[in-house]
Write a protein that binds this ligand. Sequence first.
Ligand SMILES: [Zn+2]
Length: 308
Amino acid sequence: MDLRRSRLEQMLKVLDVDGAVQRVRGGWISTGHPWVYDSERYTAVAAARDRERRAMLDYIAATTCRMEFLRGQLDDAEAEPCGRCDVCTGRYWPTEVDPARRDAAAGLLDRPGTPIAPRRQWPTGMKALDIPLSGRVPEGERHEEGRALARFTDVGWGTELRRILAADAPDEPVSDRVLQGLVRVLADWDWAQRPVAVAAMPSATRPELVTDLAARIAGLGRLEPLGSLEYADPSGPGERRHNSALRLAQVHKVLRIGPDLAARAGQMDGPVLLVDDHVDTGWSLAVAASLLRRAGAPAVLPLTLAAG
Ligand SMILES: [Zn+2]
């Protein structure tokens, strides 16, 4: 939209607020309400903006306490010198950051991994959905506490994970940087027993990413690649449902373990890493873990890129 058009649009919006015009499909119409240019009001607004601009310049050049100045701007009658700002102390505060402190902060933000708790209880109401699951998830069918590289909301990895896993992001192999992040998560993981193999979750939307992730984790850790679980329907469980029972029903109907994976999982003498791109409700991982455990896997450790 060019400048003139956007100015016109702004003007029409102001007139709309004042009740003089009304937006209709394809444009604007006059409401017929009389409208006059309130020059007194607009002059006052312009003067206020002018004062604010000058106040900002004054703040930069301030020779009195900066906090006192700011409180004065907010009409605080008790504004007084703070004793801490650069004007009060006569000390200049540089904007450079001590590298050691920056590294310490980065280390905290970049700390490896976020836990994935196992589901211990099936949701109620599964029988009504024709799924024979109820009560506690049996000890022998649960996964252990897992790890995600980060939550989507995390300051450190969150931005990158939101980009990689965005609905319109291409399905491509995992980057070396993300893989290095996962290696740190694995190194930091205080599991009871080191995993011996890797299985992948099936993915309807990002098969390349998840398959590559599982293969590279297996390669780096010298773990046995077991392949992937399967979806009975290639479109997967369908759009994510936020109701636990409905989500579990979706997953339960399509997630399968093939005979090869089942046979190999049963031969393992240690935990199986179960790799996926992200965990949300945790029902997919719960069902997958139960399939692997019932096939004989001694333990299942979920590992995902993102959580939440
Ligand atoms: Zn001060």
